[in-house]
Design a protein around this ligand. Structure first.
Ligand SMILES: CC(C)(COP(=O)(O)OP(=O)(O)OC[C@H]1O[C@@H](n2cnc3c(N)ncnc32)[C@H](O)[C@@H]1OP(=O)(O)O)[C@@H](O)C(=O)NCCC(=O)NCCS
Length: 218
C-alpha cells in the first residue's frame, strides 16, 4: 500500500488497532471522528470531531487533497460501518482495503472497499470479501468463502471453505464454521461456537453445535 494520509472514524479500541496498522504502512492519521459525544481521542495530537457536523467542520479546514478513511467500528455494528463508509465515499474519501503485514491473503482473494484483514489473519483462495468486512486478529477465512458487506469475523474465528455469510453478521471470537454452511444476514454467532448447519437471517446462535437462542433485535 502506498503511504498516504488517513482519517479514522470511531475512537474505540478498534481505532487503536487501525492506527498501529496504518503506522506500519507509513501512513499518518490526520483526524478522528466519532458519533459519541463522550468519546475522547486516544492521541493528544489528533483532534476528535463529533459526527457528521464535525466532519463538515473538518472539511472546511482540510487540504484539497482528501485523505483516505478507515472505519473503526467493530462488534456487531457492521451496518453502521457500511453506512459511514458510504457517507465518506460520497464525500470523496477513498476507502482502501487494509491488510496487516503479518496477514496472508491469497492472490485470488477479493477484498472489498474498506475491508480490514488484521494481524495473523488468513484469507484463502478465491475468498470474496464485500465492502467493510473485518477479518480480525488471527481469524481464518478459507477458500471460496463469500462474506457480504459489513461482516465481522472476530479474533480467532475459523471459517472453513465454501461458506456464505450474509451482510452485517458477526462470527464471534474463536467460533468455527464447518465447510459449505450458509449463515444469514444480521446474525450473531456466540464466542466459541461450532456452526454445523445453515442459519437464517436475524438470529443469535451459540454453543456446540450452535443452536438458535433468540431473534437478533440488535
Ligand atoms: C452471543 C453473545 C452476544 C450473547 O450475549 P448476551 O445475549 O448478552 O448473553 P448473556 O451474556 O446475557 O448470556 C446469557 C447466557 O448464555 C450464556 N452464553 C452467552 N454466550 C455464550 C456462548 N458464546 N457460548 C455459551 N454460552 C453462552 C451465558 O453464560 C449466560 O448463561 P447463564 O444464563 O447460565 O449465566 C455473547 O456471548 C458473545 O458471544 N459475544 C461476542 C461479542 C463479540 O464477538 N464481540 C466482538 C469481539 S472483537
Amino acid at each position: 500500500m502506498r503511504s498516504e494520509a488517513f482519517v479514522i472514524w470511531g475512537a474505540s479500541g478498534h481505532a487503536m488497532v487501525l492506527f498501529d496498522l496504518l503506522q506500519l504502512h507509513g501512513c499518518e492519521v490526520a483526524a478522528l471522528f466519532d458519533n459519541n459525544p463522550s468519546a475522547m481521542s486516544p492521541w493528544p495530537a489528533i483532534e476528535l470531531f463529533l459526527g457528521m457536523d464535525g466532519f463538515a467542520k473538518w472539511r472546511e479546514s482540510s487540504p484539497s487533497q482528501l485523505p483516505a478513511a478507515a472505519i473503526a467500528i467493530g462488534g456487531w455494528r457492521g451496518r453502521d460501518r457500511c453506512e459511514i463508509g458510504e457517507a465518506l465515499r460520497a464525500a470523496g474519501l477513498a476507502l482502501p482495503p487494509l491488510v496487516h503485514p503479518s496477514a496472508v491473503v491469497a492472490a485470488s482473494a477479493v477484498l472489498g472497499a474498506g475491508s480490514h484483514v488484521l494481524a495473523a489473519a488468513v484469507v484463502g483462495s478465491r475468498a470474496h470479501l464485500d465492502d467493510c468486512v473485518i477479518v480480525n486478529t488471527g481469524a481464518s477465512v478459507d477458500h471460496e468463502c463469500r462474506l457480504q458487506r459489513g461482516v465481522h469475523v472476530a479474533p480467532g474465528a475459523t471459517l472453513c471453505g465454501c461458506i456464505d455469510v450474509g451482510a452485517y453478521t458477526l462470527i464471534g471470537p474463536g467460533a468455527t464454521v464447518v465447510p459449505r454452511v450458509r449463515i444469514g444476514s444480521n446474525v450473531i454467532i456466540g464466542a466459541g461456537s461450532v456452526v454445523t448447519r445453515d442459519l437464517p437471517d436475524n438470529v443469535i446462535a451459540w454453543g456446540t453445535p450452535a443452536r438458535i437462542i433468540e431473534e437478533n433485535r440488535r
